[in-house]
Each structure stands twice: as C-alpha cells, then as structure tokens.
Design a protein around this ligand. Structure first.
Ligand SMILES: NC(=O)C1=CN([C@@H]2O[C@H](COP(=O)(O)OP(=O)(O)OC[C@H]3O[C@@H](n4cnc5c(N)ncnc54)[C@H](OP(=O)(O)O)[C@@H]3O)[C@@H](O)[C@H]2O)C=CC1
Ligand SMILES: O=C(O)[C@@H]1CCC=N1
Length: 288
C-alpha cells in the first residue's frame, strides 16, 4: 500500500534505475521534477523529454546530460513504462494526438491542472493513470503533491508514480478525483499566494524604512518560520495566531485592518476561483 499513504515511504527511484520514462512537455514543472530525480541520484539515461521549443530543449540538454531530449515524439517513446503529461491543459489534446502512435503500454502520470482521467483516456487510450498536482517548491525538494489513481492503476503503478514524485517532496493521496482540484487550489497554486503575501510585506517594510533586502529577508524568514512552527505544533492555527496577538498591541492593529477588509473571506473566495478554474479547464477538454 506504499502508494496510498503519505506517511509510508516508497522505494526511492534511485535505489532502482529509473524505468524508461517520457516527459511530454519540458517546461518549468517538468524541469523541477527531473531536477529532483537527478538530485536524488537517478540515472537519466532512461529519460526522454519531448519539448518543441528549441531554446528550452537546449536548456534541458545542458541541465540533464544523458537524457534524450526530443523535438517531437518518435519511436524512442515506444518502450516507456511511464509517460508524464506536463504540457499546459490547453496544449494536451494536440500533444496527445502527436504522441499517441508512439506510445506503448505505459502508466500515464499527469501533472496537468484540471485534466481528468476521462479526458486522458479519451485522448490517449490509457487506462492506467495517476493524476498528480505538485507545486514549485519541488525545485528544492520541499514541494507537496496530491495524487489520485484511476481504478485500473495497480499497486505497482501507484508505487511508480509515488516514486517519480518523491524527490519533489511530500505526497498526499486523495480518494476522489475531484479533490485534485481542491489540491490545485490550496497547494498547486499556493506558492503564488505565499509570494503575493511576501511581496506585500516586503513593500511595506521598505515603505517603513528598511532596505529592500532586509525587508525581503524578514518577510521570507517569517513565513518560513511560521510554517515550520505550525507544522511542528498540534495547536489550531487560530491559537498560534492568538499567541502572537497581544491585547491592544501591534498585531491586533494589523489584523484589525485585515478583518475590516474581510481578508479571510477574500482568500477563501480566491481559492474557490482556482478550484472553479481547474474544473473549467477540465470541462473544456471534455467538450472539445
Ligand atoms: N507551474 C506550476 O506551478 C505548476 C504547473 N502544473 C501543471 O504543469 C503543466 C505544465 O506547466 P508549466 O511547466 O508551468 O508550463 P510550461 O509552459 O513551462 O511547460 C509546458 C511545456 O510544454 C511544451 N509544449 C507545448 N506543446 C507541446 C507538445 N505538443 N508536446 C510537447 N511539449 C509541448 C511547451 O512549449 P512552448 O512553451 O513552446 O509552448 C512548454 O515548454 C500544466 O499542465 C500545469 O497545470 C502543475 C503544478 C504546478
Ligand atoms: O496556474 C496554474 O494553472 C498551474 C496549476 C497550479 C499552479 N500552476
């Protein structure tokens, strides 16, 4: 049951050699995931990446020597045991049409937001699928990934998907496919919310007289420290917040401004918008 529980560890992919694995799309997220595999010690000789953009291909070839970087799908994909769909949702139908004739019996792993198993099956003929939603801290192995397996995926398929994503950080398996949209709203898009908050804290720090570098360091160390404190604590988040908030003090003054602007409701509405957008991306593919 290694694939089903975030707390169990799967065999690391580097302890066995990387099975023949094809990434379709070699952009930001692919690079982060492949970089993680490399850092964890995986041999990249079995890696193929299809990436039509020449400059990006050159970057991939330089960063991942030994991997086969392809301009277009070809026979090198035939024996892939895992195919990782890493194009934008809007690019998937075309990418799948281009690849289909070259793919054999592979596990299909998707990192695409919104794109449902039904659409992947329709576009590729695949039945064994694991949809995943990583996030950009994968770049430094501190991401978190939500995963969902189709009914036809075997335990070995789940373990393979889990191992492919393990270098990116923690994994959380969900039991319903629609929950991946919630994962996307919370953690897939989440780093952007953290950066948004950090940007505002940094700007305010500068307005209050700190240098840009000082304000950035204070803001980022505070967000990282607060997250680490909360992760190591069993206290409710509201209690941790209350512990900072002295009666009549500075924090209360700041939180009063947040509350007057109904910030929590705004943030909750924002995440609902992200969830809704994931559903729209999925609907568009099913309609197309
Ligand atoms: N960025 C993030 O934080 C996260 C992204 N994701 C998901 O990851 C996926 C990729 O996102 P991201 O890496 O940011 O996007 P990128 O645009 O950086 O990467 C997609 C890559 O695929 C290439 N591509 C386009 N068409 C094809 C094709 N037909 N065959 C092969 N490759 C093709 C693109 O080339 P070109 O630029 O020339 O179009 C581009 O290099 C998306 O589905 C997204 O939902 C998931 C979690 C987090
Ligand atoms: O913005 C997006 O659509 C992708 C999915 C999650 C993060 N980036």
């Amino acid at each position: 049951m290694c694939g089903m529980n975030a707390n169990l560890t799967c065999p690391a992919i580097h302890s066995v050699s990387l099975p023949i694995t094809a990434f379709i799309g070699g952009g930001n997220m692919s690079s982060a995931l492949i970089g993680g595999l490399l850092t964890s010690g995986a041999e990249l000789a079995n890696l193929r990446v299809v990436e039509p953009f020449a400059e990006q291909r050159a970057r991939l070839q330089q960063r991942f020597p030994g991997a086969q970087i392809l301009e277009a799908p070809n026979a090198a994909l035939r024996n892939a045991q895992a195919v990782v769909w890493a194009v934008k949702p809007q690019q998937f139908a075309q990418a799948a049409a281009d690849c289909r004739a070259h793919l054999g019996d592979a596990l299909h792993v998707s990192i695409m937001a919104g794109v449902r198993c039904r659409a992947i099956e329709r576009q590729t003929g695949a039945q064994r699928m694991v949809r995943t939603m990583p996030n950009t801290p994968a770049l430094i192995g501190q991401g978190i990934t939500g995963l969902f397996a189709s009914a036809q995926a075997s335990e070995a398929d789940r373990a393979l998907a889990d191992a492919l994503l393990a270098p990116a950080g923690r994994r959380v398996w969900v039991q319903r496919e629609d929950l991946l949209d919630a994962v996307t709203a919370v953690s897939g898009s989440g780093p952007a919310y953290a950066f948004y908050l950090a940007e505002a804290m940094t700007r305010a720090g500068e307005e209050l007289g700190l240098s840009g570098a000082q304000a950035r360091e204070l803001a980022l160390a505070t967000l990282a420290g607060a997250a680490a404190l909360a992760q190591g604590s069993s206290e409710p988040l509201a209690t941790l917040r209350a512990n900072v908030t002295s009666k009549g003090g500075t924090t209360a003054a700041a939180l009063g401004v947040f509350d007057a602007a109904d910030m929590q409701t705004t943030i909750i509405r924002a995440l609902h918008a992200a969830d809704q957008r994931a559903k729209e991306l999925g609907d568009a593919l099913e309609a197309g």
